[in-house]
Design a protein around this ligand. Structure first.
Ligand code: BMA
Length: 790
């Protein structure tokens, strides 16, 4: 039987003649940090101070001992090397690597001695390739498109430039005899209610002649098959297979599949995975509005409640299984049902997809290409095909994975960002997105849909970002316009849109110790990477709120409110247009370090007000008031499996809390459908002193006729009561967008809700985890809400 021996102990990192203890898996930066050689690059402007690390060569070494005894062959297996490396044993070369997204296997039978992995700078490789193939246009100045390495490690508009190196995934010795399982491709489908698992097996042999067989089991079914040469196929049928559903639509039953490779009745190797039975297709048919983009899972058409995912740490080797679970659990608790793994990152570790399988989160996986023209010359072309083949097969057991996407914004960039002219016929990646990648997916995993890019309109005859066709990235709003402008369009699928806000206060404090915080203090600016980021924040704020002068805490609160408002404006509008619009994917769920960004969860894992707002926006039932000519419309969005009927109470109120007019209106939203009800004319509020309140089944929608800075808010008055783990606020006046910044009570404290609006007399209890000794004054000081414009 194949025996695996982890090779994680005894590694050293050579630094100026010295050997520092090295963590494997890990990377250079985290080793240097642990050894006290560099300061924490996440703090202050240390990022700049440690830039030298990226330009050096680094060598990892350990003792290679022979693998488990009594075997014919021993392989040294790296699940991931980042990135350009030479692997040697006692100076004897095993091989070279140049792709972070691949694994590597070397035959080390009989070899012992000093194992060394020498990394050259990814810059050196990228610059050499650029020198050979010529410069290509890109959205950022660093040479990330010339080397197959996580693009955002070279810096992004939310990320630091920390180009690391190292053995970033596990490494082990595998000792085996006769044969081992080289690859298993499970094609999992459902045919007339029967779950079908087709296993395409490939083996590697040390003995060519030995007769080989495989035996496989799943859900009580068992099958045997022969291996002819190096390949074989077995098919298992599971009658009455329970379907795997995205969360909110049903359960997530998972089935263990086991395949054993046999020789003369002896087990040589075993392959184990979990699968789920579900069907998926992407409906991109033409209709009266253009070209749709609707995911259909088990025959159910879905509005995708999505978030974009970036690497959770700029040093991805630090992201543990627990951390993946925590972050994805946060997404699930926010009502998210789809996570898009964005193309400037990586093919994530199996832990990511395991968690999604269990949580019922659908995964849309970008191939790792983003915001640049990518050369198609060798050696890149071969690397791209190899990594795609490996990762498609690695990830295909996961039922959560429902879509492969060729790239992020590169088809758009080619057509719209001046690349086409600058390229003058040079290769730029089209051959990957419209050639290599769809061919690889169709050949290896025909059970999943592929789309060439995001955004993409399905054809060069249309603008790639045409909202009427396919996927759309809505960035005009953040870059140039007010978020009310989201309402001008009904894209078929919004794969990116978002608004920035700073991270939680405690996160800023940890990242910028000692700094007197101001929107433009040095550390704040260093931790704001977007082009004119602060300018856009400021202008976006000024459209809605009176700008606080010299009051950082107020600025911090208001920018976070504005972020939540912006995203709400988009989602409420777009969901109200289901099924024409079939999904929103918020840019972005998470951060990879402490930074002002579009994220809902900051770099220390703290939830911004936007996060809590998502829970409302992505619930099965959403109540929203929309301005539609000639008046107001109440939309009851019902993504649940049962019809939603009820009466909505509409109150036209004054800001002082008196009811000007009131009515009950009945509605019926069919299952997975939207009901739209006109708001009677006499209930439509007008001017700075009125607003509309709509209540149904414990849900509430508010509508104000003027921007906040014009609303005649009363001076807010409320009472605060505290108990262990809870803060109760009772409003005496209208209290708008009340927020408890729990991390100001204690860095560990977490509130269970974000922005809350209370009418006079209403009360809310905010649960506060990690705050056992309640203090009413501290609670008061950590509470913010909107105030009248002076
Ligand atoms: C899109 C994304 C990212 C970027 C974000 C915010 O372009 O694909 O590249 O971080 O917008 O600008």
């Amino acid at each position: 039987m194949l025996e695996a021996t982890p090779l994680t102990e005894g590694w050293v990192l050579r630094h100026e003649g010295e050997g520092l203890p090295a963590a494997v898996p890990g990377c250079v930066h985290t080793d240097l940090l642990a050894a006290g050689v560099i300061p924490d690059p996440f703090v202050g402007a240390n990022e700049t101070e440690v830039a030298w690390v990226a330009r050096r060569e680094w060598t990892y070494e350990t003792e290679l001992r022979s693998g488990a005894g009594g075997h014919e062959q021993t392989d040294l297996v790296f699940d991931g090397l980042d990135t350009v490396a030479e692997v040697t044993v006692d100076g004897h070369a095993l091989g070279r690597t140049r792709n972070m997204h691949r694994s590597y296997r070397f035959d080390v039978t009989g070899l012992q001695g000093r194992l060394s992995v020498r990394f050259v700078s990814a810059y050196a490789e990228a610059e050499a390739v650029r020198g050979r193939v010529g410069e290509r246009p890109a959205a950022y100045p660093e040479p990330y498109q010339y080397v197959r390495k996580m693009a955002c490690s070279f810096g992004w508009d939310w990320g630091p430039t920390l180009v690391t190196a190292g053995i970033w995934r596990p490494v082990r010795l595998e000792s085996w005899s006769t044969a081992r399982i080289a690859r298993v491709r499970p094609l999992v489908t459902v045919e007339d209610g029967v779950g079908v698992v087709e296993l395409h097996v490939e083996v590697e042999r040390s003995r060519v002649e030995a007769p080989l067989a495989v035996e496989a089991t799943v859900g009580g079914a068992r099958v045997r098959g022969e291996i002819e040469g190096t390949a074989g196929v077995v098919r298992l049928r599971v009658p009455d297979a329970r379907l795997w559903w995205p969360r909110g639509y049903g359960e997530q039953p998972l089935y263990d599949v086991e395949l054993t490779l046999l020789h003369d009745g002896d087990a040589l190797d075993v392959w184990r995975r979990r699968v789920g039975f579900r069907t998926v297709r992407l409906d991109t048919s033409a209709d009266a509005h253009g070209t749709g983009f609707t995911l259909v899972v088990n025959g159910e058409r879905l509005f995708a409640r999505g978030v974009n995912w970036i690497p959770d740490d700029v040093f991805p080797s630090r992201v543990t299984r627990e951390r993946y679970r925590e972050r994805l659990g946060q997404a699930a608790r926010a009502g998210v049902d789809l996570v898009r793994i964005w193309g400037g990152g990586i093919y994530e570790s199996g832990d990511f997809y395991d968690a999604c399988d269990e949580l019922g989160l659908l995964v849309w996986q970008d191939f790792p290409f983003a915001c640049a023209a990518y050369p198609e010359e060798q050696p890149l072309r071969g690397e791209v095909e190899a990594e795609a083949r490996e990762n498609v097969v690695r990830l295909m057991p996961h039922p959560s994975l429902v879509l492969w996407n060729g790239n992020n914004e590169n088809l758009w960039g080619f057509r719209d960002w001046g690349w086409e002219a600058r390229l003058a016929g040079d290769s730029w990646g089209e051959g990957y997105y419209l050639g290599v990648l769809p061919r690889v997916v169709a050949e290896l995993d025909p059970t999943r849909p592929y789309t060439a890019g995001s955004p993409w309109s399905g054809s060069w005859e249309r603008h790639p970002n045409d909202p009427a066709h396919g996927t759309h990235h809505s960035w005009e709003v953040w870059n140039r316009a007010d978020y009310g402008e989201y309402r001008r369009e009904v894209p078929r699928f919004v794969a990116e849109f978002g608004w920035q806000a700073p991270p939680a206060y405690a996160t800023l404090r940890r990242a910028l110790p000692g700094e007197e915080l101001a929107p433009d203090s040095p550390g704040m600016l260093h931790h704001q990477k977007a082009d004119d980021g602060n300018g856009k924040l400021e202008r976006g704020l000024a459209r809605h709120f009176a700008l606080p002068k010299g009051d950082f805490d107020r600025w911090h609160y208001l920018t976070q409110v504005n972020q939540a408002r912006a995203v709400a404006a988009g989602i409420e509008h777009w969901r109200s247009h289901w099924p024409r619009c079939a999904g929103t994917v918020v840019w972005q769920l998470n951060d990879c370090w402490p930074v002002t960004s579009w994220a809902a969860i900051d770099g220390d894992g703290r939830e911004k007000p936007l996060y809590h707002e998502l829970r409302r926006l992505y619930a099965d039932r959403l109540l929203t008031v929309q301005a539609r000519e000639p008046g107001l419309v109440l939309a009851a969005v019902n993504q649940a499996g049962r019809a939603w009927t009820g009466t909505v109470t509409l109150r036209r109120m004054s800001v002082q809390g008196t009811v000007v007019a009131e009515a009950g209106v009945e509605f019926r939203a069919e299952r997975r459908a939207v009901a739209r009800v006109g708001v009677p004319r006499e209930l439509v509020p007008a001017g700075p002193k009125e607003f509309l309140v709509a209540d149904a089944d414990g849900l509430r929608a508010l509508w104000f006729p003027v921007p906040d800075r014009e609303v005649a808010y009363p001076r807010p008055e409320f009472d605060v009561a505290v108990a262990p783990g809870a803060v109760t606020v009772t409003a005496r006046t209208l209290v708008r967008d009340l927020l408890l910044q729990a991390d100001r009570l204690r860095p560990e404290a977490r509130a269970d809700r974000g922005l809350v609006t209370l009418l006079p007399g209403e009360r809310v209890t905010i649960g506060v985890g990690g705050w056992e000794n309640p203090d009413p004054d501290a609670a008061r000081a950590a509470l913010y809400c909107l105030e009248p414009t002076a």
